[in-house]
Design a protein around this ligand. Structure first.
Ligand code: C5P
Length: 223
């Protein structure tokens, strides 16, 4: 039997991580935070003083990334780096290395390996376009830049990081531009993806929409 996958792609701070996590929990599915893999690669490179444009060295790190995801915690080489990978500068570094095709290729097998019974919810930028093109339901989650900057601000403050709205809007806009304009797996809605603007929606409402879409997709595929 084919293991079902729900892909949730979208720009930075569109709320996809929170929504994807809740949907996975509700369905009892596995969850892939693909952005964390780019962040872990970036963190590992920075710690080893590897330049963020050294494609071969970065791909070598990504190919054997010693990462582990346990109960919402992220480990790199056995060290709990859950908070460290969420820092804004690591997100910016991740988006710089994510333009490099060899780095993206090096992470493909790791991502595909997350597909396991009874199902997977995968969030990122290219889950529906590149990694799981045969997903049962594809969603493209978006929101206005202001709504996303506000959410990111709250997230960072809650985690004890300092944050400044003006810098965040600048970071988000630059990261969007990099993600959308890169030639390798650019950010865009996958063919057939449902585009959901969450600017005016609560997390619960967004989760409900995704669950409803998935239920309908399942019904369609069983007919
Ligand atoms: O989603 P998150 O902000 O954690 O991702 C960090 C960066 O990794 C993104 O800005 C994006 O450039 C990159 N990324 C990607 N493809 C994915 C997931 C993340 O290019 N599937």
């Amino acid at each position: 039997m084919i293991v079902p996958v729900i892909t949730i792609d979208g720009p930075t701070a569109s709320g996809k991580g929170t929504v994807a996590h809740r949907v996975a929990k509700h369905l009892g599915f596995h969850y892939l935070d693909s952005g964390a893999l780019y962040r872990l690669t970036a963190l590992s490179a920075i710690r080893q003083n590897i330049a963020l444009d050294n494609e071969d060295a970065l791909a070598a790190i990504a190919r054997v990334l010693p990462c582990l995801f346990v109960k919402g915690h992220v480990f790199l080489n056995g060290e709990d780096v859950t908070d460290a990978v969420r820092a804004e500068e690591i997100g910016v570094a991740a988006s710089k290395i994510a333009v490099l095709p060899t780095v993206r290729q090096a992470l493909v097998d790791l991502q595909v390996g997350f597909r396991a019974s009874p199902g997977l919810v995968a969030d990122g930028r290219d889950m529906g376009t590149v990694i799981f093109p045969d997903a049962t339901q594809k969603v493209y989650l978006t929101a206005s830049v202001d709504a996303r900057a506000n959410r990111r601000y709250k997230q960072l403050i809650e985690k004890g990081f300092s944050a400044n709205m003006e810098d965040l809007v600048k970071d988000l806009t630059e990261r969007d531009a990099r993600d959308i304009s890169r030639t390798s797996a650019p950010l865009k809605p996958a063919p057939g993806a449902y585009v959901l603007d969450t600017s005016q929606l609560t997390v619960n409402e967004s989760v409900y929409v995704v669950l409803d879409l998935y239920a309908k997709a399942l019904k369609l595929s069983s007919n």
